[in-house]
Design a protein around this ligand. Structure first.
Ligand code: UN1
Length: 500
């Protein structure tokens, strides 16, 4: 690791404002997926740290909730400014630990900066409502109250942006946080904790515990003090968290997979559609929840779209994202690579036609890292597994259709509902699609990725459990509504009874 970018050889947990080594002395290697180089060691903490973090958070939260929200927000303004100053360094570190190309890494850090300023603004809003009471000389209002201590569990594919989506609204709303980042990409978490420290966030308001889901994550669910779990990650893990939190009546917000489609109608601007598909399918090597993994194309333009896509795909440069000429970076690890490889076999066996890619790149400059060639299947039918299941890699399946109705039906028949997109020049089709596409995010004449932070982020069906990250909606996860009645009549007035 370049010492100018990161001095530490071993990361530490951040608990109650102190940096500490894991009690059990255990670590894992953090590996650059582009080069297989070991970057740093990450603690594999045990239950003890989770207990200390939850206790520190419980104590800190009491004081923090009493700090006026506009003052809490001042910390976030400082966090945003420090992130801005450090944007280039953070982006490089992000590319090194996650593999996404530098341009996208800068975009992700920017997403965090945007979130800092947006949520800092909430410090002067956090709106509740006043409403007339039904009785004379009585006042009624609702306010947002912090829930207390919140647990956040964040994934490796957006290690800083998603952390900001969850921690910033939690903090501005007066909560304290226990945070378990993904062990594949802990450097962003370590850096963000340092930024919180530098910005003057009181000790214990955020606590970072590095470790595995099966120990640290599970133990967070067991902590009595932790009242909310906000999770982004795989469907299996999310279901397990929801079941366990259900037993304990813990609030849980889940953001999971997607099987997002771009619909291309016969009246679409095909050049634009090709650009949108390339960007949303192969950007981040397809490792976004929002990545396009299906293209539902009108049969009249199918052949032309295939040709154009193949042409453009041939020009994609694949390699180490620190090199600015590279467009597609590596896959996060060998398991990810293996999963994608298996889906290629599944697709072939199901009878889909492989037009491009479909293999691990292992020669020359691709020897060291985990690279998968951008892949295009065609003549895919909606029932095939490659058209239904999340692959999380640079693999796109083309499904031909005869009409908009059929396209929408196919879009909606998967178990996920995160993002969808339509390319068309017909305004009637635009409005029909935006009404009928059953996803939490809909794009018109753009690909399936690129959500902005001030809008709600999340999806329907198997993508989540009804909550949203980002935007004002995020505050619903991290606050409880409190209804307050003030009777200034000086006498007992009974609601529903003493009304004349
Ligand atoms: C994710 O993949 O989980 O909309 C997050 C987007 C990004 C966030 C993706 N702003 O593609």
């Amino acid at each position: 690791m370049n010492k100018e970018l990161l001095k530490q050889e071993k990361l530490q947990n951040y608990i109650n404002g102190k940096w500490c080594d894991p009690v059990n002395g255990q670590y894992a290697d953090v590996v650059n997926p582009a080069t297989a180089e070991s970057l740093v060691k990450v603690p594999l903490s045990g239950l003890e740290e989770v207990g200390s973090a939850a206790e520190a958070a419980r104590k800190a939260q009491k004081e923090w909730a009493l700090v006026p929200a506009p003052q809490r927000a001042e910390v976030l303004y400082r966090v945003g400014n420090i992130m801005k100053e450090q944007k280039e360094r953070l982006s490089k570190l992000l590319t090194m630990e996650n593999g996404k190309v530098l341009e996208e890494a800068r975009g992700e850090v920017q997403e965090g900066i945007d979130m800092a300023f947006y949520m800092a603004g909430e410090g002067r809003r956090l709106f509740g409502q006043t409403t007339p009471a039904e009785l004379k000389d009585k006042f009624a209002m609702s306010v947002r109250a912090p829930v207390g201590v919140v647990g956040i569990i964040t994934p490796w594919n957006f290690p800083i942006a998603i952390a900001t989506w969850k921690s910033f609204p939690a903090i501005v709303a007066g909560n304290a946080v226990v945070w378990k980042p993904a062990t594949e990409t802990p450097i962003m978490a370590f850096e963000l904790a340092k930024i919180f420290e530098q910005a003057g966030l009181p000790e214990g308001v955020i606590n970072v515990v590095f470790g595995a889901g099966s120990t640290v994550g599970e133990s967070m669910i067991d902590q009595k003090n932790i009242r909310v779990i906000s999770f982004t990650g795989s469907n299996d893990v999310g279901r397990n968290i929801a079941a366990k939190c259900g037993q304990k009546l813990k609030k849980v917000s889940l953001e999971m997979g997607g099987k997002n489609a771009v619909i291309v109608m016969d009246d679409a601007d095909l050049s634009l559609a090709v650009e949108g598909i390339l960007w949303s399918a192969f950007g981040t090597s397809g490792q976004r929840c929002t990545a396009c993994s299906r293209v539902i194309v009108h049969e009249k333009v199918k052949t032309e779209l295939e040709e154009r896509l193949l042409n453009e795909m041939a020009g994609l440069s694949i390699g180490n994202g620190l090199d600015e000429s590279i467009k597609v970076g590596p896959i996060i690890n060998k398991n990810g690579l293996e999963k994608i490889k298996n889906y290629i076999e599944v697709g072939k066996q199901e009878g889909a036609k492989l037009l491009a890619g479909g293999y691990v790149m292992e020669n020359g400059e691709h020897k060291q890292g985990n690279y998968f060639a951008p892949t295009l299947f065609t003549d895919v039918t909606p029932e095939m597994r490659i058209a239904m299941e999340e692959i999380f890699g640079p693999v796109v399946s083309l499904i031909p259709v005869k009409s908009l109705e059929e396209a929408i039906e196919i879009n909606n028949q998967v178990e996920y509902g995160l993002s969808s997109a339509i390319f068309t020049s017909d305004v009637n089709k635009v409005f029909t699609a935006q009404r009928d596409l059953d996803t939490g995010i809909v794009y018109v004449n753009a690909g399936t990725t690129g959500a902005e932070i001030h809008l709600p982020f999340g999806g329907t069906k198997g993508t989540g459990n009804g909550h949203r990250d980002s935007g004002v909606a995020a505050l619903d996860v991290f606050t409880e509504w409190k209804a307050i009645y003030v009777d200034f009549s000086g006498k007992l007035q009974r609601a529903q009874i003493d009304v004349q």
